[in-house]
Design a protein around this ligand. Structure first.
Ligand code: PLP
Ligand code: COI
Length: 336
């Protein structure tokens, strides 16, 4: 194990020893290559640089108290990347290749998997880019798929603690029939300004209403939203939100815990009725929302300064499964 101060890590980039790469050329994927270079040599006309032919994923490797290292639902990340590939016309990365590369990059960098006690994890960032030179707007015929790994701490300072969010009506993250359901860089570019303004105003992150009508709840920064009332877990159905694997898992866990689960459009007014609310995603796991401000209407939706009982139970169960301390009855984890 490297001698790093694991507990002080933030969600940033630290170099590790190796990344893994695979090139798509002549209509097929090549052999997996191991690299210790943090840089890429790219053609200046590569389609990823000009036309946003870029997709990524995010997942974590957990060093567990039983001494094993686990990945969480890696096949789901592969499936989501395949959906993104179909969305922006890139060749699909086969699930077996994705999983093999994920396992390989974890094994190669095992000295960088943080200790269980630190609460930090090894974050994997799969990246797929169009590398062929084109000046006309069309998909590349050559691609690079790679995965790098970096140890990370909590996405929000304080980890599992409640944070305020702010509704940003002047910005759209994604259009209703656009790329919001795909994990492409352009969606994040579209969010940077709103995110910066939210931070300047002292909020953890920005919060989006639907782009078309500004009436329904959409995404919570770079995370999905859920609200809880009357023992029911409610999460938005929308054509512009990223299908979060954390959210999908929480819906199942909520059901397992005896809650009702609803996935449907959530009108803004309904926010008032939730007893608890949170943002969820790989990076933040669950980040409970203390209050959500609508600066335009002056409305403040309060969900409590501390994580509520259901959010806490959901968080503890999900973390327990990820770390192998709670029974993994849906076979979500894979020992590396
Ligand atoms: N929504 C957006 C926009 C994201 O970037 C992410 C992160 O991947 C999520 C939601 C959460 O998805 P997941 O739980 O699969 O990490
Ligand atoms: C998430 O994992 O929840 C994210 O939103 C990843 C982010 C760093 C892009």
């Amino acid at each position: 194990m490297k001698n790093l101060d694991w507990a002080s890590l933030s969600f940033g980039y630290l170099p590790t020893d190796y990344n893994v790469r695979c090139y798509y050329r002549d209509g097929k994927w090549g052999e997996i290559e191991v690299s210790s270079d943090e840089y890429l040599k790219l053609h200046m006309a590569a389609t990823c640089l000009h036309y946003g032919q870029e997709a990524f994923e995010g997942l974590k490797a957990y060093r567990c108290p039983d001494g094993k290292v686990r990945l969480f639902r890696v096949e789901e990340n592969a499936a989501r990347l395949q959906s993104t590939c179909r969305g922006i016309v890139m060749p699909e990365v086969p699930t077996e290749l994705f999983v093999e590369m994920a396992e390989k990059v974890v094994r190669l960098n095992q000295e960088y998997i943080p200790t269980y006690e630190s609460g930090a994890t090894l974050y994997l960032r799969p990246l797929l880019i169009g590398t062929g030179a084109n000046v006309g707007v069309k998909p590349s015929s050559e691609y690079l798929f790679m995965i790098f790994a970096t140890p990370v701490g909590p996405y929000f300072k304080g980890g599992f603690s409640s944070n305020p969010y702010v509704i940003m009506r002047d910005f759209d993250r994604a259009a209703p029939l656009g790329t919001g359901i795909y994990k492409v860089g352009g969606n994040y570019a579209a969010s940077l300004k709103a995110n910066q303004l939210a931070h300047e105003k002292g909020y953890a992150s920005e919060f989006y209403l639907d782009s078309k009508e500004k009436k329904y709840v959409d995404e919570c920064g770079a995370a999905n939203f859920f609200g809880i009332k009357e023992n029911t877990y409610v999460t938005p159905k929308s054509s512009s939100i990223l299908p979060s694997i954390t959210n999908k898992s929480l819906m199942q866990i909520a059901e397992d815990l005896g809650m009702k689960v609803e996935r449907r459009p959530i009108p803004e007014e309904e926010l008032e009725t939730f007893e608890e609310a949170g943002a969820c995603g790989t990076a933040a796991v669950i980040s409970p929302i203390s209050h959500l401000d609508d600066l335009e209407t002056g409305k403040v939706y309060n969900f409590g300064e501390k994580p509520g009982p259901w959010s806490t139970k959901l968080y503890e169960t999900l973390r327990g499964i990820q770390y192998g301390t709670v029974e993994d009855k849906h076979s979500w984890t894979r020992v590396v």
